[in-house]
Design a protein around this ligand. Structure first.
Ligand code: NAP
Length: 269
């Protein structure tokens, strides 16, 4: 087994990285950052997202394991004081894994060029100045004309991220679908959208046909897929559940709803 260690290089993470590297060496587990079987991330959910993008060309072969140096995260099952237990689990690894869906993001520009991206949490499209206007198609059929600040298209595991902050539903990660959330839509007697998030299933797809093409930013997780310096203008964006998935090495079961409770409700009961 070849293991890569991917850290956010804070003081705490550097300490854990040293412990991990030592544990791997002592147990003759090969460290290989180029073509790993397992990627151990040390930091938070943000670090896992960053590692996902770093290894996105190798998703079919790689399994991720997240160690959180703070509170427990949504992609990070292990705490920094559990390094020994984790090394034991690596030694007993039998390829066990769990997969989660990703969203494909295909941007078509007005000059006919295209770009492909993939997101683990979400992709957002926002207009920096004035109102963004776009037609939303569900499986090729016009659903509504959106006017507002922007839209967020999230995966089930991304539903607890940005999606939640804009009033989206938290989705059980065993469900396959993508959620479309509105960011400050204009709703009055003249302009109307559904006004609530929608979730489409695995066999559906979304197309956003832009009616305003300037001052747009498109994100994929924490990265910009389209920034303000881009000269090309966006014609449309296609979103669908990706044929690819992210795999996590599942050495122990963690209950998703307990984690939601812990992260967002905690002692408030
Ligand atoms: P960031 O400031 O590094 O992270 C924002 C927070 O979101 C961090 O506390 C991070 O956890 C947490 N997070 C990331 N993925 C999550 C998930 N699936 N469920 C619950 N919490 C999650 O932001 P960034 O690096 O620019 O963007 C990373 C992600 O953060 C984005 O994909 C987005 O989902 C989320 N985000 C949310 C907001 C918002 O709610 N207004 C704004 C920006 C970004 P850790 O501390 O464990 O890393």
């Amino acid at each position: 087994m070849r293991v890569a260690v991917y850290s956010n290089h804070t003081k705490e993470s550097n300490k854990v990285t040293n412990q991990i590297n030592q544990g791997l060496k002592e147990n003759n587990i090969e460290i290989d950052d180029r073509a790993p079987d397992i990627v151990l991330t040390i930091g938070g959910d943000g670090t896992l997202l960053s590692a996902f993008h770093h290894y996105r060309e190798q998703l079919e072969h790689v399994r991720f394991v997240g160690i959180h140096t703070g509170h427990l995260g949504f992609y990070t099952d292990w705490r920094d004081y559990e390094v020994d237990k984790l090394i034991d689990s690596l030694k007993q690894d039998n390829g066990q894994r769990v997969s989660y869906p990703l969203v494909d993001v295909d941007i078509k520009y007005t000059d006919g060029t295209k770009e492909h991206f993939v997101a683990l949490n979400e992709s957002t499209i926002k207009k920096i100045e004035n109102t963004m206007v776009c037609d939303i198609y569900i499986k090729g059929q016009l659903f509504e004309r959106f006017r507002g600040d922007g839209l967020c298209i999230s995966t089930p595991t991304g539903s607890t991220g940005y999606n939640k902050s804009i009033g989206g539903a938290v989705i059980d990660p065993s469900l396959l679908g993508i959620q479309l959330g509105e960011i400050a839509s204009i709703n009055n007697r003249v302009f109307r959208t559904l006004g609530s998030p929608i979730i489409v299933g695995q066999d559906q797809y979304l197309d956003l046909k832009l009616r305003t093409v300037d001052q747009l930013i498109v994100s994929c997780d924490q990265y910009q897929a389209h920034g303000l310096n881009e000269k090309r203008l966006i014609d449309s964006i296609h979103y669908q559940i990706s044929a690819r998935q992210i795999y996590f090495a599942r050495y122990r079961h963690t209950n998703f709803w307990e984690r939601v409770d812990e992260a967002f409700i905690g002692g408030a009961k």
